[in-house]
Structure formats: C-alpha cells, structure tokens
Unconditional design. Structure first.
Length: 157
C-alpha cells in the first residue's frame, strides 16, 4: 500500500517545476492576447469578479486611495514583505473553497504600463493575480494594450 502524498515531504522535482512554469507562461500569454483584442475595462475575468474587487479594496484600502500603487507595484513592499505576505495570506485564504486552483502559480506584471518581461514579472498565485488585474481593468489601467494593438493593426493595412 502506498503512502499518502504529503506536500511538506515532497521533493522539488525539476520536471514538475518546469511543468508549472510552462502552465504559468501559457496563462500569461493567453491573458496578454486577450488584452490585445479587448479593452481590459470591458473584460470579466471570473464570475467572482465583483466579490474579488470589493474584498480587495476593503482589505487593501490604500490601493483605492492611491490607485497608482496598483499600476506600479513595489514587489518587496506590496507583495513580498512579511507584513504584505501576512495580509495577502488572509485575503487569499477566503478563496480556497470558492476558486479552483486559487493558489496556483501565475505570472503577474509589476507595472501595468509594460508587457510581461523578466524585469516586470513576478510570481504570484491565481487569487492574487485576479485581485490586482481586476482592479487594473476596472480602473482602465490595461486599456492601452488594446489601443496599441489596434494602432499596430491599422499600420499593417
């Protein structure tokens, strides 16, 4: 009889980590492609979007007071400091039973003013990605991507 799987005792297998990375990159590419064909302000990323937005602004009111902080996240201060990690953990745990793979690894742009690049990308979890990107979309921070894609399309004609 085999022993039950324990995440705490599991090895970090490079092949498994690579599969997760491939899935995260595919998700980022799909999201970027979506933003190129539709304004972020017109997108609905999840049926939980209203709840996610309301919960985010009530849990992190400083971002509603200063929306530019969400446009340009400080990775250390906003996401990775001990205080930020604690606040995010409390926020994220609400979605454990509400969102499939709420803690699955995704790529998040630190600045909404730029594409996914090595310098502009950090690792996050799905529920955190939704919180930040729903906020950015509702505040029209990603609309430039669609507008730029339309200009490129017109220039090719």
């Amino acid at each position: 009889m085999s022993k039950p799987f324990s995440a705490e005792d599991a090895e970090n297998l490079e092949a498994i980590e690579q599969q997760f990375a491939v899935k995260a990159v595919a998700q980022a590419e799909a999201y970027w492609s979506l933003l190129r064909v539709r304004k972020g302000s017109d997108l609905r990323l999840t049926p939980l979007e209203n709840e996610i937005y309301d919960h985010f602004v009530s849990s992190f009111p400083e971002y509603l007071e200063e929306p530019e902080r969400v446009r340009n996240l400080n990775e250390t201060k906003d996401l990775k400091s001990p205080e930020a990690k604690k606040r995010w953990r409390e926020y994220l745990n609400v979605y454990e039973k509400k969102m499939d793979e709420f803690n699955f690894g995704t790529l998040l742009r630190l600045s909404a003013n730029d594409e996914y690049t090595e310098q502009n990308t950090t690792f996050s979890v799905r529920a955190q990605f939704y919180a930040i990107e729903v906020f950015r979309n509702r505040h029209c921070m990603n609309d430039w991507i669609y507008e730029q894609a339309q200009k490129e399309k017109e220039a090719k004609k």
